[in-house]
Design a protein around this ligand. Structure first.
Ligand code: SAH
Ligand code: SF4
Ligand code: F3S
Length: 441
């Protein structure tokens, strides 16, 4: 929502987003739905008529952040009772009972498949909250163009939901069944983005490579998107190892617009724990996949997600995880302490690893990954990469930043005429674990 008019006919809405890229994309859809209904954007909660939190339930810590924010909003509601407050997203879907006990002042509670009805729900919220948390296996919002932000990169939802039911994870419960957006809608949407100057699209889904619509699998979808003029780079997140098919690897290897970057969440390096997590692959299968990906896509960057301290994880399982990390040599990794989630299959198993052990393992893992990220980035020194410029770097006057094909942050002194959206060849001069300092080649 960009148009602003402090007018009673145009209520002002402030939308705050927590969680993953899918939630960020959903907020852009919410924004579009509300704009169509006459809402305008508020600058902050102070000048808002409606405050919406789009929430995440993946770990307890994510929920705590939102609960803390809700306590602040309780004070706002006290001083300005006419302000409507809504809880959207995965927490609304997952734990509404507990939340509504803690935040009885909520006017609206809407799950991820209920956003079409938001204007109606906000409008009708009276003494009782308006609640809609029905999961709808047909809802894809395919006909609603989200309010994309500016910039050279846009995140486009390609599929919704998840059917994997990993034992630790709430997503299948908060987002419901897997469903893919028709290729024709995605082509139209990405075509419109290209016409607006977007150069890079990131296709989104919790298991994005499980995408299938009729005969179109994810590899075929990538090739279709690659035919769109103006789109120079295609990425996707988050893929699942089990859906990383030969068709996908082939599309990545042969279609030059698909960037050499693959996120392959392993979660654990111990077969025993992987089985308990119900991830659907063994360490051997995973390593075989990594080898096939690396031989088909030279220079590919591989990243991962890891959970430490899953129920039953012994020191020996954790050591297996560190051994795999060394063996694969990830470019980057997201690492988390296991957080028991209600409704999941692992909920009844328990939480055998103490908080201290989880903390110790996490710190060790982060240190190991930092060491490896640094080594991998240092190995880039002296090499050249094509960088898609995003804009001014946060630090340093005259410095610009952008991403290499491998999605590494490159920072360099911009030359006359270099602007966002340009692709510039740079040479790496030095590196930290998080970025590459470069100069124009
Ligand atoms: N769909 C993606 C991941 C989605 S959630 C996939 O399957 O790869 C992002 C990451 O959060 C997961 O990969 C996992 O590492 C972590 N995560 C999910 N549930 C968790 C839990 N209960 N406790 C700790 N980390 C969790
Ligand atoms: Fe969660 Fe597993 Fe689905 Fe990923 S694949 S969203 S971890 S259930
Ligand atoms: Fe969180 Fe929901 Fe995303 S639980 S990680 S916002 S799908």
């Amino acid at each position: 929502m960009s148009d602003r008019a402090p007018n009673a006919a145009h209520p002002r809405v402030y939308l705050e987003t927590y969680g993953c890229q899918m939630n960020v994309a959903d907020s852009q859809t919410v924004s579009a739905v509300l704009r169509r209904a006459g809402y305008v954007t508020a600058d902050g909660v102070e000048d808002a008529d409606v405050v919406l939190l789009n929430t995440c339930a993946i770990r307890e810590h994510a929920e705590e952040k939102v609960l803390h924010r809700l306590r602040e909003l309780a004070r706002l509601k006290n001083s300005r009772p006419e302000v409507k407050i809504g809880l959207l997203g995965c927490m609304a879907q997952h734990n509404r009972g507990a939340i509504m006990e803690k935040a009885a002042f909520l006017d609206v509670v809407a799950g991820p498949d209920s956003y079409r009805r938001l204007p109606e729900m906000i409008g009708s919220a009276g003494f009782d909250p308006s609640i809609d948390v029905r999961l709808d296996r047909a809802e894809t919002y395919a006909d609603i163009t989200p309010d994309y932000g500016g910039g050279v990169r846009a995140y486009v939802t390609a599929m919704r939901g998840c059917d994997k039911f990993c034992a630790f994870c709430v997503v299948p419960y908060t987002r419901g069944r897997e469903r893919s957006i028709p290729p024709a809608d995605l082509m139209r949407e990405v075509g419109e983005l290209a016409a607006r100057g977007v150069k890079e699209v990131v296709l989104l889904g919790q298991t994005v490579n499980a995408y299938r619509f009729g005969e179109t699998d994810f590899g075929a979808l990538l090739k279709m998107i690659a035919t769109i003029n103006g789109i120079e780079r295609i990425r996707f997140t988050s893929p699942h190892p089990s859906d990383t098919t030969e068709s996908l690897i082939e599309a990545m290897a042969t279609e030059s617009k698909v960037m050499p970057q693959l996120h392959l969440p392993i979660q654990s390096g111990s077969d025993r724990i992987l089985a308990a997590m119900e991830r659907g692959y063994t360490v051997t299968e995973y390593l075989d996949l990594v080898a096939r990906v690396r031989s088909a896509i030279p220079g590919v960057a591989i990243s991962t997600d890891i959970i430490v301290g899953f129920h039953g994880e012994e020191d020996s399982d954790f050591e297996a995880t560190t051994a795999i990390m060394r063996e694969v040599g990830y470019d980057s990794a997201f690492m988390f302490k296991y957080s028991v989630r209600e409704h999941t299959r692992a909920f009844r198993l328990g939480d055998s690893v103490s908080e201290e052990d989880k903390g110790r393992r996490l710190i060790a893992l982060i240190a190991l990954q930092e060491e490896m990220s640094l080594a991998r980035n240092r190995a880039m020194i002296g090499r050249e990469f094509a960088v898609l410029v995003e804009g001014a770097a946060r630090r340093g006057r005259g410095m610009v930043s952008g991403k290499t094909p491998q999605f590494k942050t490159a920072i360099f002194a911009g030359a006359e005429g270099v602007r966002a959206g340009d692709t510039v060849n740079v040479r790496v001069d030095s590196a930290t674990g998080h970025s590459l300092m470069c100069s124009i080649a």
